[in-house]
Design a protein around this ligand. Structure first.
Ligand SMILES: C[S@@+](CC[C@H](N)C(=O)[O-])C[C@H]1O[C@@H](n2cnc3c(N)ncnc32)[C@H](O)[C@@H]1O
Length: 255
């Protein structure tokens, strides 16, 4: 059982303060198309059960539901789950939202599909926790059920940040965000520091994400028991090549 893990993602203020930068208007608008592409890539059929793991406030969960799937959304953040549950009441949607840690959440042989959308994998200090999540997904899938992870591939990061370091800044609604990235080759962790400037007030947030290469995903998923492992460069199903913007991997639990 995981007590309080004290990792960066446990800090609700991180998600609250950075929300408008993480979930830009365009990203929110694209949720519907992203959800449809994901279901196409998985070859999902109407009525199939979908677990949206690390669902945030449920932007894809509601789209899956609209497209005729039976949806469960799971996220650690109690604010996000409360927000999603409120929207369920407002819209009379039939979606189950559960506040839980992905390292612990297992519902054996319950889902046709599990999705982890938009860089929600690789957050843990201990890489064995990543494996634990994949193992939980394997257990929660029905035989022949499929997993989809949309991540920031290690190869893509290498292409964009050949020196292993980068600095950028953005402006949104009069607020500034400064970003410093450092990639640690040994641990495969990308450490990101965000400094938010709002007038004379500044706040600093740090987060780390382990970036997996195509080969590392292949090894991890194979070791856990998945087969038919496929790689794409986007949810549209474009190739994972030098043009790819993200690493989308799908894998099937044997029948
Ligand atoms: C980048 S957001 C993506 C959210 C959502 N998939 C989307 O596309 O909008 C990552 C999410 O992972 C959730 N998360 C982080 N650690 C988690 C954990 N240990 N268990 C469950 N959810 C977690 C965060 O609360 C956050 O909502």
């Amino acid at each position: 059982m995981i007590q309080s893990s004290n990792e960066w993602f446990d800090d609700q203020s991180y998600w609250k303060n950075n929300r408008s930068f993480i979930w830009t208007k365009q990203r929110i608008t694209n949720s519907g198309i992203g959800a449809r592409y994901a279901m196409q890539l998985l070859g999902a059929c109407q009525g199939d059960s979908v677990l949206d793991l690390a669902c945030g406030f449920g932007r894809h969960s509601f789209e899956f539901y609209r497209n005729g799937f039976s949806v469960t959304g799971v996220d650690l953040n109690s604010d996000f789950i409360s927000e999603a549950k409120l929207k369920v009441i407002e819209t009379e949607a039939s979606i189950r939202f559960i506040q839980a840690d992905m390292r612990e959440f297992v519902e054996p042989e319950s889902y046709n599909h599990i999705v982890m959308m938009y860089n929600s994998f690789g957050y843990f200090k201990n890489p064995m926790d990543d494996r634990r999540v994949i193992n939980n997904c394997f257990r929660s899938l029905l035989p022949r059920g499929k997993l989809l992870i949309s991540a920031m591939g290690r190869e893509i990061n290498q292409r964009h940040m050949p020196s292993g370091e980068s600095r950028h800044w953005w402006e949104k609604d009069g607020k500034y965000r400064l970003q410093e990235c450092l990639f640690n080759e040994k641990s495969s962790q990308l450490s990101i520091k965000w400094i938010l400037l709002n007038g004379s007030v500044s706040s600093t947030f740090n987060y780390d994400v382990r970036l997996y290469s195509k080969q590392e995903f292949l090894d991890l998923l194979t070791e856990v028991g998945f087969d038919d492992i496929q790689f794409y460069g986007s949810l549209k199903g474009t190739p994972y090549d030098g043009e790819a913007h993200s690493l989308v991997v799908t894998a099937q639990k044997p029948g």
